[in-house]
Write a protein that binds this ligand. Structure first.
Ligand code: ATP
Length: 271
């Protein structure tokens, strides 16, 4: 069986600037993959390229055995790939209910709406409220709810925790765990590294548009030196589960990279 998502040698550009260079990775069926790395290394670009918002300039993208690079974004979404962009993909001028109904038109309709309200009871209480007046956490819940009413097979989430209090982040990650246990695979870009590692099966770390590390999340969870080597110096690496900044002091960079494409499903050896 092919993996749910496969990228092979993908390159993506903004004009003449090459933001993704020879990126290869897989997201196996039923898995969670965390995409980590400092600011500006290409994580958002990777999600945009997969969801069809950007067209790759080289390489291939396969979704469940079907080649999707070059397909329009709405066709990719219809195939079961939901993308929650950085900064929330909601319509602030519409009510909570309208936001969800619009998203549900592409999915199973009423059953999925009830499921979304079940996962986020606060949205059920605020159906009539204008989405733009919700709190930041509630808006992020709405963006997650909008994605899951389409019953995606792969959910791509970009910085879910951005600007939110740790308590809300914990709640959102608990919901991601529920979504995952219902069979949806997840590709997650996240600054709260500890949360990401706990949820993820595999970790992909990017540096300057390239893949620098692919391995099982347990490798990083149990080896602080790996986290320090690849993510040290970014606040992301040091914010613990309570949101406190434990030791954002060093500016360490990877001492050795792992060149070449590797499958996320393959266990990597130590750097
Ligand atoms: P962050 O965590 O800060 O969002 P990122 O890892 O997601 O970072 P990207 O947003 O993908 O990184 O950016 C990758 C590179 O592409 C950066 O150097 C960025 O400046 C550049 N870039 C991003 N968007 C554009 C754009 N619209 N036009 C030109 N360059 C861009």
């Amino acid at each position: 069986m092919p993996p749910l998502l496969r990228l092979r040698g993908v390159e993506s550009c903004y004009g003449r600037f090459v933001a993704l260079k020879n990126v290869s990775l897989v997201v196996p069926h039923g898995s969670v993959v965390a995409l980590l790395g400092p600011n500006g290394v290409g994580k958002t670009t990777l999600l945009r390229t997969v969801s069809g918002m950007m067209k790759p300039t080289a390489g291939e993208i396969w979704f469940d055995g079907v080649r999707i690079d070059g397909s329009p974004d709405h066709a990719i979404a219809r195939a079961g790939l939901a993308h929650i962009p950085e900064g929330r993909g909601i319509f602030p001028g519409l009510s909570v209910a309208e936001n969800l109904q619009m998203a549900a038109m592409a999915g199973d309709g009423p059953a999925q709406l009830e499921r979304a309200y079940g996962l986020f009871p606060v949205l059920g209480q605020r159906r009539a409220q204008q989405a733009g007046t919700l709190s930041g956490g509630e808006q992020q819940m709405l963006s997650l709810a909008r994605a899951i009413v389409t019953k995606p097979r792969l959910l791509m989430v970009d910085e879910l925790s951005l600007g939110l209090a740790p308590r809300i982040v914990a709640q959102l990650f608990a919901t991601l765990q529920d979504i995952r246990s219902e069979g949806t695979s997840i590709l997650l870009v996240e600054q709260y590294v500890r949360y990401a590692l706990r949820l993820a099966d595999f970790v992909v770390i990017m540096q300057k548009g390239r893949i620098a590390f692919i391995g099982e999340s347990g490798e990083l969870q149990h080896d602080g030196r790996l986290v320090e080597a690849y993510l040290g110096g970014t606040q992301a690496a040091t914010v613990d589960q309570n949101g406190s900044n434990a030791a954002a002091t060093s500016d360490a960079r990877p001492t050795r990279k792992r060149p070449g494409p590797r499958a996320a499903s393959r266990r990597s050896s130590r750097a």
